[in-house]
Design a protein around this ligand. Structure first.
Ligand SMILES: [Fe+2]
Length: 287
């Protein structure tokens, strides 16, 4: 059961009209990192968490995010409803509020509709809490960009409050992971990883620029200086619908498998009229 208290969680007092800033604020109303995304993510996650304490935390934070959504919506409302007369003429006409009307809409700052694809939830509490830390990082970063652009002190104060709460939530999610012993342990779930779990592959190579750190050093990791492929070449594919009388024949060029198993192009004018209707495996038997 839900109740709604009409009082805001935290005061939102915007000084004047600023439809352009209001449009940027939509990012936190109907955008990927926005409050609706956060609220519905934590709320949905809470249904598949067995741990009653963590479920309670997710539900408390979900409802707080709805309170944030209300604050952002109220800010957008004020920044657009006061746009009348001279202000309205210039700024209002350059924003989506001209066609969508004043107040918030479920779109982001570019007018893209909110989508449930923004919601990151899985069915394993560790997986979900890790996604939540990433989500809070995204929200915090968007608020920082908005704080820098805030047109007045009232807007700035409210946005700093919202940014602060995302930091608080991050800390709570980290503590929840810690309580499960999963803050610093990368393993979770019920499938044991294989023996490659502690290998670090040095795949971007540039001598002295191959940097080392705890992420690729003992005791956590074995550094593989020159990684080699462990698998075989894939078998040739047969596709009866593929082109068999194309320009390779016209130019007297065919592909030929050599003993190393590597395919290379060879120039063979004598074979200009070779029968290309044969299958790939007939032409190039695998040794
Ligand atoms: Fe929030």
């Amino acid at each position: 059961m839900f109740y709604h208290d009409k009082k805001l969680m935290y005061d939102v007092k915007v000084d004047g009209a600023d439809p352009q800033f209001a449009q940027l604020l939509l990012e936190q109303f109907g955008g990927a990192t926005g409050e609706l995304t956060a609220a519905l993510t934590y709320w949905t996650q809470s249904f598949h968490v067995e741990n009653r304490a963590i479920r309670d935390m997710l539900q408390d934070i979900a409802i707080e995010e709805f309170s944030h959504l209300e604050m952002v919506g109220r800010m957008i409302e004020q920044l657009t409803e006061k746009a009348s007369g001279a202000v309205k003429d210039a700024a209002f006409k350059s924003t989506l509020f001209t066609v969508r009307g004043i107040g918030p809409h479920l779109v982001d700052s570019q007018g893209q509709a909110w989508t449930a694809a923004y919601v990151n939830e899985g069915g394993n509490v560790v997986r979900d809490l890790r996604a939540d830390i990433a989500a809070e990082a995204g929200a915090r970063q968007t608020y920082e960009a908005l704080v820098k652009l805030a047109p007045d002190e009232g807007s700035k104060k409210a946005l700093v409050f919202l940014l602060t709460r995302e930091v608080s939530h991050t800390h709570m999610f980290m503590k929840a992971l810690e309580s499960l012993g999963k803050l610093s342990d990368p393993l979770f779930g019920n499938v044991r990883p294989d023996e490659t779990v502690d290998l670090y592959f040095n795949l971007s190579k540039d001598g002295p620029l191959d940097m080392r750190g705890p992420w690729n050093s003992e005791p956590a990791f074995r550094f593989v200086e020159r990684p080699e492929p462990q698998g075989q070449l894939p078998q040739d594919v047969e596709n009866p619908d593929d082109e068999r009388h194309g320009h390779h024949q016209a130019h007297g060029i065919e592909t030929q498998r050599v003993e190393t198993g590597v395919t290379r192009e060879v120039n063979n004018p004598a074979d200009q009229h070779q029968d290309f209707s044969r299958s790939a495996s007939e032409r190039n038997p695998i040794e």
